[in-house]
Design a protein around this ligand. Structure first.
Ligand code: APR
Length: 263
């Protein structure tokens, strides 16, 4: 079979976007690596440097040393969530919303970059929570991450709730922690109702998140996967584009704008 060119594949995706009445974009860590945030399973990814078992909910609430490591992780990996800016992929996905072409963005990411790039809050479904906030596990008080980071920079080892002294935890979902119920139900509903699901930057190995593209496919939607590496659902893809999310998505939006004409 003749290999299709990148241009042909991008044009196939543009055709699907033009005809789609309800497109869901599903993203993973690969959509944020061009912003400088390492993904998890690529060479050099976070799980090649850290033990994921240090990031279980059970360990966080039962082991003060684990909590301290996690709160001070930015000193070891040298980054803080507030440092990052959206990249071309995020900007292109926000552009798709402006062009009226997105029903919602279902993301596994906790970096808040889709919203920062311009996607509306109500159109971004965060399956794994968001590291922009910390929450008290006792009274539910919420604190912006920047505020907690200031406490850490002033010498606080393990931050506690200012209101009640309870345990604070980042709002990102840890392994073994329940997924946000409403977000998960809404993501499932939107995945089953879409006619096009575009996966960008995910290995699709973590569940239940990786069920969403399968719900879409099994409900008759076309599945498109844009990813640098292999994914677990490559065999299901109607269109498979191998490559970096930023440049590919820029080509997709440029092609779509040419097809839609002046909006
Ligand atoms: N462009 C396209 N694809 C990329 C890029 C890029 N610039 N950078 C990385 N990728 C691809 C990698 O090849 C990899 O297949 O993105 C994928 C990222 O996969 P993972 O690192 O497994 O990240 P993700 O799929 O989001 O992981 C899901 O696992 O540990 C949990 O909670 C964590 O939300 C995360 C979940």
């Amino acid at each position: 079979m003749v290999e299709k060119s990148r241009e042909d594949l991008v044009n196939e995706l543009v055709d699907l976007l033009v005809d789609s009445k309800r497109t869901v974009v599903f993203t993973g860590a690969g959509v944020s690596t061009e912003s400088g945030i390492p993904d998890f399973r690529s060479p050099g990814g976070l799980w090649t440097k850290y033990d994921p078992m240090d990031f279980t909910y059970q360990k966080f609430i039962s082991d003060r040393e684990a909590r301290k490591r996690i709160w001070h992780m930015r000193e070891t990996i040298g980054f803080s969530w507030r440092d990052f800016q959206p990249n071309a992929a995020h900007i292109a996905i926000a552009e798709l919303e402006k062009l009226g072409k997105i029903d919602c963005v279902i993301t596994q990411n906790v970096d808040g970059l889709h919203q920062k790039a311009g996607n509306s809050e109500e159109k971004v479904i965060q399956l794994h929570g968001n590291m922009q906030w910390a929450k008290c596990l006792t009274c539910g008080s919420r604190y912006r991450f920047e505020e907690v980071e200031r406490w850490l920079e002033q010498g606080v080892e393990v931050p506690d709730c200012v209101q009640c002294g309870g345990m604070l935890k980042p709002e990102g979902v840890f392994f073994g922690e329940a997924m946000p119920v409403l977000e998960t139900m809404e993501a499932e509903r939107r995945s089953k109702e879409c006619d096009l699901c575009v996966v960008i930057g995910s290995s699709l190995v973590v569940y239940p998140a990786a069920l969403m593209p399968q719900y879409a496919h099994n409900s008759g939607a076309k599945l498109v996967i844009i990813n640098e590496g292999e994914t677990d659902l490559d065999g299901m893809a109607h269109v498979r584009i191998w490559g970096k999310a930023g440049p590919v998505m820029e080509q997709v939006v440029a092609g779509l704008k040419r097809r839609l004409g002046p909006v």
